[in-house]
Design a protein around this ligand. Structure first.
Ligand SMILES: CCCCCCCCCCCCCC(=O)CC(=O)SCCNC(=O)CCNC(=O)[C@H](O)C(C)(C)COP(=O)(O)OP(=O)(O)OC[C@H]1O[C@@H](n2cnc3c(N)ncnc32)[C@H](O)[C@@H]1OP(=O)(O)O
Ligand SMILES: NC(=O)C1=CN([C@@H]2O[C@H](COP(=O)(O)OP(=O)(O)OC[C@H]3O[C@@H](n4cnc5c(N)ncnc54)[C@H](O)[C@@H]3O)[C@@H](O)[C@H]2O)C=CC1
Length: 543
C-alpha cells in the first residue's frame, strides 16, 4: 500500500514540546503549521522559535540564510481547521486523556483521509487515541524528548491498529529530523517513561520522607550515576503537571501501587508550582529559566493589618532586631519588605502613640526610625519595597529607605504629616527629594497630597506597578534575578550608588573605581568571567 509523502506537518500545542517539534520539523525542510488554543499563542511561539534560530546563527551553528528559510516555513495558524492540507499532524497538547481524545477526533475530521496523525503523548494509550478516529491505521505515537532540538531520540509507539506503512513513513520523517528511533508497543509509559517516571517519583518520595534535600538527591544522582541532570531538576524541566499525569496513567493502567504519585508531587502541582515553565517546582527559576537557589531571598512583612501596619514602637523595634539578624545572614542575597493585608504597606507612624509625645520623646522616635532606615540602606543586599496599599508618612519613608520600590496599582503614597501639624521625621523630606527631585518633594511635603500608583510611577517614586495579585510574585522575580548575580558585585554597586549621591562627582567616580578594582581577584569575578567564556551560567558564592 502506498503511503503519503510528507511535505506539510501540523503541530498542535505550542508549549515547550510542540515548539521544539515545530522547530526541528521546519529545520528538516517541512512546511510547518503550528496551532495552540488560539492564534496569539501560536504566533508568540513562532516568534520564540525564530529568536531561537537567530541565536543559533549568532553561535555559528546555522547560517543566516538557513535560519531565514526555516523561519519562513513556520506558519502560526488559528486552530485544527487549518490542518486540512497537512500530510502529518503531531499533537503535543497538555497531557490529559480527555483533551487528547477530543483533539484527535477534531483533527481526524479536519484532515484529509490519507494524512497521518501522531501524538507526542508521554504515556496515554495511542490505541485509545486511534480508536476515536476514522483512520486508526494511520495513527501512532511519536514521542520526542525534551528539549526537542537537542535530544536525539524519538520513541515511536505502535498502536494496535497502526499499519506498517504508517510506521515506516513516520520513522523516515523522524530520521529526516535528525533523530534516532526506538520502537515501543503501546503499553503505559512506553519504554522511556516506564523507566524514568518511577525513578523521578522515588527521588520525590525520598524528599517527602526527609531522607535528603533536593540538592543532595540531585547531586548524588549526577555524581554517582552520571546523568547530565538530577531526577528533581529533570522533573522540573519536564513539568511537574506532566510528570504527575504520566505517573497517574502508569498507576491506573498497570494497577501496581509502586507507580503511585507522591503526595509531594500532587501538592506542588496543586500549588501551581509546575517546575521550570512556571518559575517554581523543586527549585525556583528566574524568567530566563536559570535556577535560583532557595533561601537567597528574604521577606519582611509589616504585620499589623488592623491598624494598616502603622509603625509603633514595638513594630519598629522588632524591625530593628530582624534587620540586625539579616545583616549577619551570609546566605541572603535580596530582601523584600511588604505589608500584611490588602490595604496598606504602612499608613505611617502610629498617630495614637505619637499624640502624647514630648519633643525629646519624638526626637528619640525619629532617631530610631532613622536607625532603621540606615540599617536598610547599608545592608550589603538590595532591599526592595513591595508597596501593596497605603504608604503614607512613615510608610512612604520606609519604602524610600529601600533600594527601590514596586507597587500595586492600588498603592497610594504621600507625606501627609502637615495635616497633623508635624513634618516627616523618618527621612521623608530628604530621601523623597533625592528620589523625585526637590520641586516634587516640596509640593508633596507642603500639601500633604496623596498620590496614586500611576502618578508615583510617572514621577519616578516607584520603578513599576503591577496588578495587586501579581505584585509580590513580580517583586520576587526581580529579587530572584538579583540573587543569581555576583553578591559581592551587587553589594559594591549598592554601596557606590548610595555614597556617590552625597559627594561631588569626581569623588564618586573615585569610589567607583576603587570598588571596581577591589572585586578583581575575588572568586566571584573569576567565576563570572570564566562562566561567560565557557558559555555556561555562573555559580556565584559571594567570596
Ligand atoms: C510610637 C511612635 C512610633 C515609633 C516608631 C518610630 C518610627 C519612626 C519615627 C518617625 C516619626 C515620624 C514618622 C513620620 O514621618 C510621621 C508620620 O508617619 S505621621 C502619620 C502619617 N500618616 C497619616 O496621616 C495617615 C493616617 N491614616 C489615614 O489617613 C487613614 O487611615 C487612611 C487614609 C490611610 C485609610 O483610611 P480608611 O480606609 O478609612 O481606614 P481607617 O482610617 O479606618 O484605618 C483603619 C485603622 O487603622 C488605624 N490607622 C490608620 N493609620 C494609622 C496611623 N498612622 N496611626 C495609627 N493608627 C492608624 C485607624 O485608626 C483605624 O483603626 P481603628 O481602631 O479601626 O479606628
Ligand atoms: N515536557 C516534557 O518533557 C515532555 C512532554 N511530552 C508530552 O508533550 C505534550 C506537551 O507537553 P509540554 O509541551 O511539556 O506541555 P506545555 O504545558 O509546555 O504545553 C502544552 C500546550 O498545549 C496547549 N493546549 C492545551 N489545550 C489545547 C487545545 N485544546 N488545543 C491546542 N493546544 C492546547 C497549551 O496551551 C500549551 O501551549 C504532553 O503530551 C506531554 O506529555 C513528551 C515528552 C517530554
Amino acid at each position: 500500500m502506498m503511503t503519503i509523502e510528507i511535505r506539510t506537518v501540523g503541530v498542535l500545542g505550542a508549549g515547550q514540546m510542540g515548539s521544539g517539534i515545530a522547530q526541528v520539523a521546519a529545520t528538516a525542510g517541512y512546511t510547518v503549521k503550528l496551532a495552540d488554543v488560539d492564534l496569539e499563542r501560536a504566533t508568540k511561539a513562532t516568534s520564540k522559535i525564530a529568536a531561537m534560530l537567530g541565536k543559533l546563527v549568532e553561535k555559528g551553528k546555522l547560517t543566516a540564510e538557513a535560519a531565514e528559510a526555516t523561519a519562513k516555513r513556520l506558519i502560526p495558524v488559528a486552530g485544527i481547521a487549518d490542518f486540512g492540507d497537512c500530510d502529518l499532524v503531531i499533537e503535543a497538547a497538555t497531557e490529559n486523556v480527555d483533551l487528547k481524545l477530543k483533539l484527535f477526533a477534531a483533527c481526524d475530521a479536519a484532515m484529509k483521509p490519507d494524512a497521518l496523525l501522531a501524538s507526542n503523548t508521554s504515556s496515554i494509550s495511542v490505541t485509545k487515541l486511534a480508536a476515536v478516529t476514522k483512520r486508526p491505521g494511520k495513527v501512532l505515537g511519536m514521542h520526542f524528548m525534551n528539549p526537542v532540538p537537542l535530544m536525539r531520540l524519538v520513541e515511536i509507539v505502535k498502536a494496535v491498529q497502526t499499519e506498517p506503512e504508517t510506521y515506516t513513513t513516520i520513522k523516515e520523517a523522524a530520521e529526516k529530523m535528525g533523530k534516532t528511533v526506538v520502537t515501543s508497543n503501546d503499553a503505559p509509559g512506553f519504554l522511556v517513561n516506564r523507566i524514568l517516571i518511577p525513578m523521578l517519583c522515588e527521588a520525590m518520595f525520598a524528599v517527602q520522607e526527609g531522607v535528603g534535600t533536593p540538592e543532595d538527591i540531585d547531586t548524588g544522582a549526577k555524581l554517582g550515576l552520571n546523568p547530565p541532570m538530577g531526577p528533581l531538576e529533570l522533573a522540573d524541566l519536564i513539568g511537574l503537571d506532566t510528570v504527575l499525569a504520566i505517573a497517574n496513567v502508569l498507576y491506573t493502567d498497570i494497577g501496581d501501587t509502586k507507580y503511585r504519585a507522591p503526595t509531594l508531587l500532587k501538592n506542588l502541582v496543586r500549588a501551581g508550582w509546575v517546575g521550570k515553565k512556571g518559575g517554581r517546582g523543586f527549585y525556583v527559576y528566574d524568567e530566563k529559566g536559570q535556577k535560583v537557589p532557595e533561601g537567597f531571598v528574604g521577606t519582611i512583612t509589616l504585620n499589623r493589618p488592623d491598624k494598616l501596619n502603622a509603625l509603633n514602637a514595638e513594630l519598629v523595634g522588632e524591625l530593628h532586631r530582624v534587620l540586625a539578624e539579616i545583616r549577619r545572614d551570609k546566605d541572603l542575597r535580596a530582601l523584600i519588605v511588604t505589608g500584611a493585608g490588602d490595604k496598606a504597606f504602612a499608613a505611617g507612624a502610629d498617630i495614637a502613640a505619637m499624640s502624647t509625645m514630648t519633643g525629646p520623646e519624638a526626637k528619640a522616635f525619629g532617631e530610631l526610625g532613622h536607625a532603621v532606615g540606615a540599617q536598610m540602606e547599608t545592608l550589603a543586599i538590595p532591599v526592595i519595597a513591595a508597596v501593596n496599599g497605603f504608604a503614607l508618612g512613615g510608610g512612604c519613608e520606609m519604602a524610600l529607605a529601600c533600594d527601590f520600590i514596586h507597587a500595586s496599582t492600588k498603592a497610594k503614597f504621600g507625606q501627609p504629616e502637615v495635616n497633623l501639624g508635624v513634618i516627616p521625621g523618618f527621612g521623608g523630606t530628604n530621601r523623597l527629594a533625592r528620589r523625585v527631585g526637590i520641586g516634587r518633594a516640596r509640593e508633596l511635603c507642603f500639601t500633604g497630597d496623596v498620590i496614586g500608583a500611576e502618578e508615583a510611577l510617572r514621577i519616578g517614586l516607584v520603578n513599576g506597578i503591577h496588578a495587586p495579585e501579581e505584585l509580590l510574585g513580580k517583586v520576587k522575580e526581580i529579587a530572584a534575578k538579583i540573587a543569581t548575580k555576583g553578591p559581592l558585585a551587587v553589594a559594591q554597586a549598592k554601596r557606590v550608588l548610595l555614597r556617590g549621591l552625597d559627594v561631588p562627582l569626581p569623588t564618586a567616580n573615585e569610589l567607583e573605581v576603587q570598588a571596581f578594582a577591589a572585586l578583581f581577584g575575588s572568586e566571584d569575578q573569576r567565576e563570572g568571567m570564566a562562566a561567560f567564556l565557557g558559555k555556561r551560567p555562573a555559580n556565584f558564592v559571594g567570596r
